[in-house]
Write a protein that binds this ligand. Sequence first.
Ligand code: T4K
Length: 404
Amino acid sequence: MKKRQAADLAVLGGSRTFTDPLHVGRPNIGSRERIFDRINRILDQRWLTNNGPMVQEFEQKVADYAGAKHCIAMCNGTVALEIAIRATNMTGEVIVPSYTFIATAHALQWQEITPVFCDINLDDYTIDPEQAERLITPRTTGIIGVHLWGRPCNVAALEKLARRHNLKLLFDAAHAFGCGYRHKMVGQFGDAEVFSFHATKLINSLEGGAVVTNNDELARKIRLMKNFGFSGEDNVTYIGTNGKMNEISAAMGLCSLEEIDHFIEINRRNYTHYREQLDGLAGIKLLQYSEEAPCTYPYITLEIDEPRTKLSRDELQKILRAENILARRYFYPGCHRMEPYKSYFPNSHLLLKNTEFFMQRVLSLPTGTAVSPDDIENICDIIHCAVENAQLVRSRLSEKHCAV
Ligand code: T4K
């Protein structure tokens, strides 16, 4: 590939590199033949939802893969979180990282439980157990750790903390199906863990989620709660909701699962390719995945050190967008700067120094089966070219009428 010159950049008047947008979060799609075959079987059987055979098979396979005793599939990860929170009797205050997708906080606030925002470590960008301990009050009933970008949080420290203070512990593992911590798969920690199988995830069921747990009683309760609390045809034993996964979602999830090794391999290939292409570029760091435990490389996350690149994260995002590469600022600006939390806790940023620092610097790039090695070479070449011509690009971006 011919190396780009400054004038080739779209922000500097060149033509955009991609005619179709290159998105972060393009779904992985398994064999169409197998998907259609499963959908046909569902239609033939006329069993569309309510704990049908596809859902049961999906639950068994997810539980087996994660090494968990129980899996309860749901309509999405957010409802799965809400139900796990309710089933573990969390009330009052629950400690969560602010640096996460808004669903983690909303799942609490939706039930009038206060999310108490905790800072992240700058070692792994997940919840800081030491600060979490300092945030415990008499109203605290639990902690929710988030395995951000598939990189597990400090599970051992959080489990110890939860035990010491008699708190419930959940993990938002929306990004982490197929990932491991030490010698165990994610899905076996805390009181329960919650997966998302949304379209943008490694394994997708269109929309979908699941709670996994080794606790028999908790699993029983969650199963009731996701089906209105019914324990028999005419018998309701809990307040419940409709959290059920439908059969077509489960069919999609099963077809996805059949190809999980291939999806992980593509993600690993993409990650390695990005790493090689960006190697040595001052001020741009690709977030590492550990090789010590199973890893699915679900996100390509760059950390941009503006004093060295002379370009901010937001400027780099604009440069990429001009080329039709729709890089995302996950998870800017942190839950504490979004409503209603911003109004409820206007000073919370004072305790969230690392979150405030990090959320300005991070950019997610496209990966998954929709992204080719050529795409990655183009993306990285654009980044190289932008950083090498930072001064020129910055002055163009600051011009009032720059059309980005
Ligand atoms: N906890 C955490 C830590 C999470 O990250 C999430 C969800 C949850 C809990 C809740 O789980 P779910 O209730 O969603 O199961 C997207 C996803 O919708 C969301 O599932 C995900 N996390 C979050 C990180 O990303 P947005 O608001 O960024 O979605 P949107 O519409 O901007 O799409 C994201 C990108 O994916 C775009 O570049 C377009 C692309 N895309 C999306 C869809 C749906 C496609 O190319 N094809 C598609 O079909 O939230």
